[in-house]
Design a protein around this ligand. Sequence first.
Ligand code: GAL
Length: 842
Amino acid sequence: MGLKIAMCSAFVLVVMVLLSSLISWGSATVSYDYRAISINGQRRILFSGSIHYPRSTPEMWPDLIQKAKEGGLDVIQTYVFWNGHEPEPGKYYFEERYDLVKFIKLVQQAGLYVHLRIGPYACAEWNFGGFPVWLKYVPGISFRTNNGPFKDAMRKFTAKIVNMVKAEKLYESQGGPIILSQIENEYGPVEYELGAPGRAYAEWAAKMAVDLDTGVPWIMCKQDDAPDPIINTCNGFYCDYFSPNKVQKPKMWTEAWTGWFTEFGGPVPYRPVEDLSFSVAKFIQKGGSFINYYMYHGGTNFGRTAGGPFIATSYDYDAPLDEYGLLRQPKWGHLKDLHRAIKLCEPALVSGDPTVISLGSYQEAHIFKAKSGACAAFLANYDQHSFSMVAYGNMHYHLPPWSISILPDCENTVYNTARIGAQSAQMKMKPVVKGFSWLTYNEEISSSNESFFTTIGLMEQINTTRDNTDYLWYLTEVEIDPNEGFLTDEKWPILTVLSAGHALHVFIEEKLTGTAYGSLENPRLTFSQEVKLSSGINKLSLLSIAVGLPNVGPHFETWNAGVLGPVSLSGLNEGKRDLTWQKWSYKVGLKGEALNLHSLSGSSTVEWIESAYVTERQPLMWYKATFDSLDGNEPLAIDMNTMSKGQVWINGQSIGRYWNQYKALGGNCSACNYSGWFDEKKCLSNCNEASQRWYHVPRSWLYPSGNLLVVFEEWGGNPDGILLAKREVESVCANIYEWQPTLVNWQMKASGKVNEPLPPKAHLSCAPGQKISSIKFASFGTPEGFCGNFSQGSCHAFHSYDVFEQYCVGLQTCSVPIALEIFGEDPCPDVMKKLFVEAICT
Ligand code: GAL
């Protein structure tokens, strides 16, 4: 009885805390102590998620924030993207996807808090780590060190942002939602390398930030010596081992990596939610109180915002909300259940440090007790291979390998990190527009001399383009004597071009002769190939392409791109001829870029021809097509699988770079077990396929009719294969064990409504507007496999299919108790059974 009262009051307290977070912005203050961040004087366990506002459209923001809230988040975290906000010195931009204030206000309206990472260095696989390229050309500048010009620029931008949000009263100290800010980003390792100037800069940055007087705490991530009162925090796949640098600071995890980014040429990483939830539970049981999922919604690197180089346009990150803003199940649901379970423990958790008891060689209990009587326990099994039966209190608990069970009353398990109660979903891309009528426009290689300039020798690319375009032409001529031996024996000479990156197309006499490119690990490239030259003057045109500027690494701002040489021709009568120091002409960008061919107005200034007259796989080709409205509101994507490399726009908006011809070679995509230490190379998909095939087309960029789709193809492709598809749920699955603990059942028992625990339920829900049309698979017994590929085991209850057909078909959502009596006779007494079901949504 006493226990029940304690549980009820704990529940009431949780509800009160939740309500107060929704209604009272009032004169609240944010403070911290060793245990947690306190808001309104109340210590809080806070769940946060990164959503970077320019990686989605303002039209998507409310839905993303709402789904984050439903997923159990309290806080939204974002970087501030300096190069988006100050494209030219002193010229600021805060519109559209860069409307930071609007984004923060939407979070506030949803009743959530904000963690604003001003940086202004972001990293984030974002172009140049978030720095504007003009910053590099400020005289005497050196980034992220004790350098006057850099510190001036950093202070100016940081103050600009702080003053802007202050003017809008967005700090919590003013009644707004921002409870935390961040200065710098993962500076610790850089400081270590730089030594004294690094240390001086870190101290300056900390003081500069604190002096801006935001009224809320500042943090520095991965910065072990963050000066007081700044809180140093942890980033990583696991952070339970982490302790802040002072006893009065709380243990915070600012980047719990939910997956990892994709690079062109790499496989697509994913992280099993059983391991992610295990790492989170482990952090909490070891006294952690703030967790931010990086990313909660990764989104898209639209335009030329991807960093790297070689970062893909998709920044999906295997996040709980997928690139398109749809729930990634079971990740989103299993984390939601985790958050609810932990929130039930909050009163005990914030009361103090846990008592730790060993329950076996690899098993432990962490027990939190409050003076109020509230008690919460976390039972952990660190064994990577074996189940464990542990004795705790008066009971025995069954723990799967590499898992933690959560007991909000120190008695009943409501959640285990390796037992997923949430449904999984299989997504599909359903074609909606195929067979566009393409018109083409041929990008010219060279000819008119006006926009050219000439020098002796080779020029660095970023200095030349200032990153206003990916493209830089290097043009020269090679004179071949009529007496050259290769003209008769056809032993063609070899052209060798060394480039600092990132990709290169070589044209001789305006014909594509070859291509070379680097990778994220090594952006440099060497082109070395036989070239068919003729007697007399041969025009050599090198198109050098940047694929995003670096965002991380020691003094990454000094890294070069472009053809820096040497460039040479070997196999001539004279042996080898060095072309490096001869006369080179340069052309910045493409003619089509100068003409704005991607826009409605620009594209109407030139004459396009019907693609039927164009030879297939022609390089340097612009394509355009129009299409009318698309009904529904499902997210859209464009399939670029028959193209090679280039950029794509819709109604003048850049969808980003595509490079589906860069295949993911070299990774290992075999089955991946959640159990055991995770890193970004452990679980991979898309091996030997395009790193990215589908490109997100935001709905809000479309008009009711006359939509203009423009593609610039560098390499040659077949545009007839391009199609537009809707992304939707194909099927949903549940994967439930007999007697799997659930929070709902615990609440029923705790409230005295039932004496015995109820069986768990399989919940299946198609997307709004869809219905369950059939049951593809159902087996209560010992089924095997994974969603989309289940198979029956040796034990199978005869009525498995009937039950789901009866309960679910024709409905959008259904719940079925996983109880023996529902499935008829016990198909295999004494065997632990489970249910696997897959329902088709249409
Ligand atoms: C972190 C960095 C983030 C992001 C992440 C990898 O080290 O702080 O900005 O780059 O790595 O996705």
